[in-house]
Ligand binder design. Structure first.
Ligand code: MN
Length: 281
């Protein structure tokens, strides 16, 4: 039986980009949808993104580093990040806490790091970065081979799908197993030159039985204006950075840019998750 798997990573609360991707995927004959983490955070419409993925009966839901900060804050009242970024995580988590329904927030905060999906005889390991660690820099496109080997080391899976780096990629593990990154739906960024754009990225894995017929990396145009409107209407924190990224396709969340934003909005004094949430809800 042929199946076309739609691989979706790093939506980051951008429902406009996700809608465009799901439309494109339906036209391209996708039959199954797999989420690779970081569905929410930074964009204005977290609940809408979860709803859209539920509508297409998404089969894998793994935790990204952003959903991990929900977990950390529920457990320790601390997002486990440092400096200016810590303040941003607290504020953006409070925003998401407000716009997500309670059950969804709890559910996202408790997703597994790793999920195994099987289609006929083909086993796919799905993770955000590494099987035991949905954060960090180990899986950047130019990282050491051993980091990619770790994805499948203790696994019976035939191939791995991961996200996190916002870079579309296909390579091999040392055991000749495929590793695929579909790129980012909601926040594709690059410091390169030829690909300065904000097209929503995803990938399709085409299967016939247990055979991989093809891997397609796709980039979809969409109208960013409704997304910018949603950010303004909801008074999205760090909205300047978010809208700037959508307009240019350049990364706008450097520590310097976040520090500057925090100072400008006098966010520096917010360090307590509990207090901030009590105020929000
Ligand atoms: Mn991530």
């Amino acid at each position: 039986m042929s199946r076309n798997l739609c691989l979706i990573a790093d939506v980051h609360g951008n429902a406009s980009a996700l809608k465009a991707v799901l439309n494109d995927a339906a036209k391209a004959g996708c039959t199954d949808y797999l989420s690779v983490g970081d569905i929410t955070k930074r964009g204005p419409q977290p609940q809408e993104c979860v709803n859209l993925l539920r509508q297409v009966k998404t089969k894998s839901w793994v935790m990204g580093n952003h959903e991990k900060t929900y977990h950390d804050m529920l457990v320790d009242h601390d997002p486990h990040t440092q400096g200016a970024k810590k303040i941003m995580e607290i504020i953006l988590n409070a925003y998401d806490y407000f716009y997500l329904n309670d059950l969804t927030y709890q559910w996202l905060a408790n997703l597994p790091y790793l999920q195994l999906c099987q289609f006929e005889g083909l086993k796919i390991a799905i993770m955000h970065s590494l099987p035991n660690k949905p954060w960090g820099n180990e899986t950047n496109p130019r990282s050491d081979q051993e980091n990619f080997d770790q994805m499948l080391k203790k696994s019976a899976a035939d191939l791995a799908v991961y996200g996190h780096t916002h870079k579309q990629l296909m390579r091999y593990s040392t055991q000749d197993r495929l590793v695929i990154n579909p790129g980012s739906v909601g926040m594709p960024t690059t410091s390169g030159t030829w690909q300065h754009n904000n097209l929503a990225q995803y990938a399709i894995l085409r299967l016939a039985g247990s055979d991989v017929l093809g891997v397609e990396f796709r980039r979809v145009t969409y109208d960013i204006q409704p997304e910018i409107m949603a950010a303004h209407e909801r008074n999205l924190p760090y909205g300047d950075l978010y809208c700037g990224l959508l307009r240019t396709g350049e990364y706008t969340y450097s520590v310097e840019q976040i520090e500057e934003y925090n100072q400008r909005h006098q966010y520096d004094s917010i360090t307590n998750f509990k207090e901030y949430f009590a105020w929000k809800k």
